[in-house]
Design a protein around this ligand. Structure first.
Ligand code: URA
Length: 165
């Protein structure tokens, strides 16, 4: 499958209940030859509105922090483990994650990144592929809220920048 086909399938996806309260499926964005891929939980309200991942407050914070350590957002592929928003931004249920995972598997297969950055605990179900490094970091929305986590998050992004330099 091509990325375009995946995107079209995500826009039209009815494999779980989440599409019912969503405006847009949010497949992900970034160059298909990206070395680094970011995986978050699922789109929030801003992402649902725009059909793009990580464009709300947490996304802006992520983009800014990456830039501070020399990583350009345009160079990385950003997506989520679940491609639709959820009511009140609740954590996706296991059956929703399961229904959505094939899209992420296909995306990983196309991009073949060197590193997959897992943003927060919800991204931990990301399929593991041999030869790819997985790097768990604090979710940017938690980092934004708590001072201690902010420093830890910055240290983690600094470590990521080192890995890819
Ligand atoms: N938080 C996420 O986990 N994903 C998004 O796309 C936006 C906020």
């Amino acid at each position: 499958m091509s990325m375009e086909e995946i995107n079209l399938q995500v826009y039209a996806c009815r494999k779980c209940r989440l599409w019912q309260d969503a405006k847009h499926g949010v497949p992900g964005e970034g160059p298909l030859n990206a070395t680094v891929m970011f995986v978050g939980q699922n789109p929030g309200a801003d992402e649902d509105e725009q059909g793009r991942p990580f464009v709300g407050r947490a996304g802006k914070y992520l983009t800014k922090t990456l830039a501070e350590f020399g990583i350009k957002r345009e160079d990385v592929y950003i997506t989520n483990i679940v491609k639709h928003t959820s009511p009140q931004n609740r954590k996706p249920y296991p059956d929703e994650v399961e229904a959505c995972l094939p899209y992420l598997s296909e995306q990983i297969g196309i991009i073949k990144p060197k590193i997959i950055v897992l943003l927060g605990a919800s991204a931990k179900d990301t399929p593991r592929v041999e030869g790819i490094q997985y790097f768990e970091v604090i979710h940017p929305s938690a980092a934004m809220r708590f001072t201690k986590m902010r420093q830890r998050f910055r240290d983690q992004i600094a470590e990521l920048a080192k890995k890819i330099s």
